[in-house]
Ligand binder design. Structure first.
Ligand SMILES: [Cu+2]
Length: 113
């Protein structure tokens, strides 16, 4: 009985969801919120960014850099085309760092609970 409870609690802690970013599961220009509407994200959930490597990338930024589409210096750039990034509690901001892309909508903000 005790063991069952422990195991089910572990199940809850590791029961994170994986979400493919974007309509048609593509990280691309002019991101909409269609794909994320109605979903509730939690800290530890994984976002998967799929795109053609070399065409785009993914950079996690703060609110201000998100707003102004700025790529911070010495930042980690995800560029595999199949990037798995874990959400932290609170607001999570991502932009494409390729020149001009963020400015035409290649950016997302996700709140995790
Ligand atoms: Cu891009």
């Amino acid at each position: 009985m005790v063991l069952t409870l422990i195991i089910s609690n572990i199940g809850l802690t590791v029961g994170h969801h994986k979400y493919y970013v974007g309509d048609n599961q593509q990280w691309t220009y002019k991101m909409t919120s269609n794909w994320s509407n109605g979903k509730k994200f939690y800290a530890g959930d994984i976002l998967v960014f799929k795109y053609n490597p070399g065409e785009h990338n993914v950079i996690k930024v703060n609110a201000e850099d998100y707003t102004f589409c700025r790529v911070p210096a010495n930042v980690k750039v995800y560029e595999s085309g199949n990037d798995h990034i874990k959400l932290k509690r609170g607001d999570n901001y991502f932009i494409c760092g390729i020149f001009g892309h963020c400015g035409i909508g290649m950016k997302i903000a996700i709140k995790a609970y």
